[in-house]
Design a protein around this ligand. Structure first.
Ligand SMILES: Cc1cc2nc3c(=O)[nH]c(=O)nc-3n(C[C@H](O)[C@H](O)[C@H](O)COP(=O)(O)OP(=O)(O)OC[C@H]3O[C@@H](n4cnc5c(N)ncnc54)[C@H](O)[C@@H]3O)c2cc1C
Ligand code: FES
Ligand code: FES
Length: 506
């Protein structure tokens, strides 16, 4: 493993595969400015910047170092808070936090400063103005319990108004030169492999049949930090060229398994705004910078947010075996039970990509995520819908849910009740909702009671149907707001367990 840590060239081939970047900084380099709060990607105290060369330019993004294997940073520029200031000079993010009193206990502060520094550097590079939305996005994964966000947001908004000294900008050329010296270096890996091509991956996997695959590590690494599971050999699929592309060939959209949420956000912002807005509700900026679509689907959590969307669009999944052969499985057949998929470990299978017909993407579609917080929270209920309407009738539809069963699931009986009905037939909708109540039998857990989930599922289908019919439905925290004239009843999420909160990402 070789990377540039602040201004130092690092080479270390002695670490366990799952040794986190946070531990590396604190325990091996004595860089204790980076803090550990939750150890599970939830609080942002451990936020770092990672810079990569893209077409000759250095691009920085944030990540949670507590759940990032340090060896995944091979070839990158890693920036900790210690790098930002120089003698008496502060980075604009630091200066702004001082001027706006954005720090009290200071435990969350280094992470917040790095999130703001990332925003600052990217806005300088792209000439984009920093606004409230971009500040909130940048700090969406940074929990501050004592200062309150108002002064932090004010600090973010004040950055970039005047030209100022920045350690990152000041050292760009020397960092680029150091990174360039790492290019093409043979990697002396023994327990963490980062293949760049599918062919390389297959060779490595053949030699290490028991190795575990990792992409962003935002699910997998929690097994290490929360359950103390030691992974032996890890094969990192996040850099495999063939898996990192998004392609539109005029009839189909293909999304590579290693595409991150942040990359899909950029792609979908103007093309698929409903998808974009749903992606904004997934986790935090730090997690979205590393978490991948393939990891989300392969992890097979019943509360994952991408599977319902793929179900709504009848996506196909391309899977590659150890011998290089490819098979295609419909998303409808992919999940076999709780946390079980058709992927066969023994065959060394890897998800390569997801394909969807552009014709289905052109249908009316809506995705609704209901969670306790807008930012960085897991769905209590997630609905992805798609309706095709032909001559005033619903000619095709999908009602796909997360959080309502042991797997992501379609409500096929409720779908059947709406199929071929007039698009505005309220009786057909009522029948479908009555069926939906019986069809899905969700659990009560710390996020929501079964009753709440069930009522919310019906409300969300009603919301989609009303929007299909041209109504605009207000929401609050992702919940449809009560409106008797439109037939909403609001159910409070009152089960005792539902009030306990918690942050498992099962
Ligand atoms: C704080 C926090 C908030 C979160 N919020 C959300 C949320 O709002 N919504 C949501 O859906 N999820 C959320 N997650 C879960 C997680 O971020 C996502 O599931 C993410 O997409 C996982 O992708 P990854 O690349 O990090 O997967 P990894 O953790 O690297 O891998 C997950 C699993 O998939 C396997 N895998 C990875 N890539 C492949 C492949 N190409 N082929 C076969 N197997 C593969 C790995 O072996 C592993 O078993 C959250 C997680 C955290 C820590
Ligand atoms: S320590 Fe909380 S996100 Fe890493
Ligand atoms: S300043 Fe105290 S938690 Fe952030």
């Amino acid at each position: 493993m070789k990377f540039v840590l602040n201004d130092e060239l690092i080479e270390d081939n002695t670490l366990p595969s799952d040794f986190s970047a946070l531990r590396y900084l604190r325990e091996k380099r004595g860089l204790t400015g980076t803090k550990e709060g939750c150890g599970s990607g939830d609080c942002g105290a451990c936020t770092l910047l990672v810079g990569a060369l893209e077409e000759g330019e250095l691009k920085y993004s944030t990540f949670n170092s507590c759940i990032t294997p340090v060896q995944s940073l091979d070839g990158k520029h890693v920036v900790s808070v210690e790098y930002l200031s120089d003698a008496d000079k502060l980075h604009p993010a630091q200066q702004a936090m001082v001027e706006h009193h954005g720090s009290q206990c200071g435990f969350c502060t280094p992470g917040i400063i790095l999130s703001l520094a990332s925003l600052y550097e990217n806005s300088q590079a792209s000439d984009k103005t920093i606004d409230r939305e971009s500040v909130c996005d940048a700090i969406s994964g940074n929990l501050c319990r004592c200062t309150g966000y108002r002064p932090i947001i004010d600090a973010g908004l004040s950055m970039g108004k005047e030209s100022a000294w920045s350690s990152l900008a000041d050292n760009t050329e020397s960092v680029k030169a150091k990174l360039a010296s790492l290019q093409g270096d043979a990697k002396a890996a023994n327990n963490y492999f980062q293949p760049q091509t599918l062919a390389e991956f297959l060779t490595i996997k053949a030699d290490h049949k028991d190795a575990t695959l990792v992409a962003g590590g935002t699910d997998l690494m929690l097994e290490n930090t929360q359950r103390f599971h030691d992974f032996g050999v890890l094969i990192d699929v996040s850099q495999i060229n063939e898996l990192t592309k998004i392609e539109d060939n005029g009839t189909q959209l293909t999304i590579g398994a290693s595409v991150t949420y942040s990359e899909l956000e950029q792609f979908s912002k103007t093309r698929y705004p409903h998808l974009y807005h749903l992606l904004e509700r997934i986790a935090s900026r730090q997690i979205r910078n590393r978490g991948t679509i393939g990891g989300n689907v392969a992890n097979a959590s019943p509360i994952a947010d991408m599977p319902p969307i793929l179900l709504a669009f009848d996506a196909d999944i391309q899977i590659i075996s150890l011998d290089g052969s490819q098979r295609t499985v419909s998303i409808h057949d992919f999940y076999q039970g709780y946390k079980q998929t058709v992927l066969t470990e023994g065959e060394g299978e890897v998800i390569a990509s997801f394909t969807m017909d552009l014709a289905t993407l052109a249908d009316f579609h809506r995705f609704y995520k209901v969670s306790k917080r807008m930012e960085d929270d897991i769905s209590s209920v997630m609905l992805a819908t798609r309706f095709a309407v032909t001559e005033g009738k619903i000619s095709d539809l999908r009602l796909a849910f997360g959080g309502m069963a042991a797997t992501p699931i379609r409500a096929k009986k409720a779908e059947a009740a709406l199929l071929n009905s007039d698009v505005n037939d309220e009786q057909a909708l009522s029948n479908a909702l009555a069926i939906l109540k019986d069809e899905l039998t969700p659990l009560s857990d710390m996020r929501a009671s079964a009753r709440y989930r069930s009522d919310m599922a019906c409300n969300l289908v009603r919301k989609a149907w009303l929007e299909l019919n041209g109504h605009s439905i207000p929401t609050f925290s992702g919940h449809p707001v009560s409106d008797a004239s439109l037939g909403y009843e609001l159910t409070s999420n009152t089960s005792q367990s539902a009030q306990q909160g918690g942050a498992s990402h099962a």
